[in-house]
Design a protein around this ligand. Structure first.
Ligand SMILES: *Cc1c(COP(=O)(O)O)cnc(C)c1O
Length: 247
């Protein structure tokens, strides 16, 4: 990686931190409530190393194996977290349990049961977020949650997921639709927060604190609506050079 892209990643990273700070401040929140997940999917290991040099510690990957290879290559570096944020195929469930510190994209009971079983075998509990589709776009994964009347129908699934002993529920995750104006994503973030409040009212004993929402194009609005984790790739690392469509 040349000096120019190193400097670029450092200045992008610092600018994003400032934008997080600013968005939190305008919402009367502390920036320390918002964790920055640097999304390295499609970027080479050198980009991860530059992000570490800039100060990043939490990384997000979409493809189980791509992330596992990077995590392995970085294992000498203490204090890193690897978050799986993409669709998990059931045959990758074991790898996810072995490799990742968090899963943002838990989207159905079948996957939850598999993960629970592998987590037991690996001997650790996996922190998870429930991915929710709050836009109704067919291309999106997640629980069908785009209208409030659908929410009670989710409770049967959710009650079974939160009962799994080797998964640790912490909250919800969503992806807003790609829209021309960042502001247009705000209603989807608001809806995810309301859905979280709905689950929290039904299951007050479960931890629903985390809201993973907001990407490069829309994270300030997500933070103003309560995001506790933002997943940012392009704004820090630039466009993805190779998008590996295998997983
Ligand atoms: C790729 C991806 C991101 C990051 O997107 P950018 O627009 O590059 O910031 C965040 N979340 C998920 C689930 C992704 O797949």
């Amino acid at each position: 990686m040349d000096k120019h892209s190193q400097d670029q990643i450092l200045s992008n990273y610092n600018r994003v931190l400032e934008q997080i700070e600013q968005a939190a401040r305008t919402a009367g929140r502390a920036a320390s409530e918002v964790r920055l997940v640097v999304v390295t999917k499609g970027h080479p290991l050198e980009a991860v190393e530059e992000a570490i040099a800039a100060g990043a510690r939490i990384f997000g990957e979409n493809y189980a194996e791509e992330g596992a290879a990077k995590a392995l290559a970085c294992q000498e570096q203490a204090g890193l977290e690897w978050h799986m944020i993409g669709h998990v195929q059931s045959r990758k469930a074991r790898l996810v349990c072995e490799t990742y510190d968090w899963l943002h994209s838990l989207e159905n009971l079948k996957l939850a049961r598999r993960l629970d079983q592998f987590a037991a075998e690996v001997g650790s509990r996996l922190p998870v977020l429930l991915e929710c589709n709050v836009s109704g776009e067919e291309t999106k994964f997640g629980l069908a949650a785009w209208q409030e009347p659908l929410w009670p129908d989710l409770l049967q699934t959710v009650s079974q997921i939160v009962a799994l002993p080797n998964l640790e529920m912490h909250g919800l995750m969503t992806m807003a639709p790609f829209l021309p104006e960042a502001e247009q994503a705000r209603p989807y973030f608001e809806r995810l927060r309301q859905l979280r409040d709905f689950f929290a009212a039904v299951y007050p004993q479960v931890d629903w604190r985390e809201l993973s929402m907001g990407m490069s194009a829309d994270f300030p609005a997500a933070i103003q609506e309560g995001a506790t984790m933002v997943r940012i790739g392009t704004a820090i690392l630039g466009p993805r050079p190779q998008f590996k469509a295998q997983s």
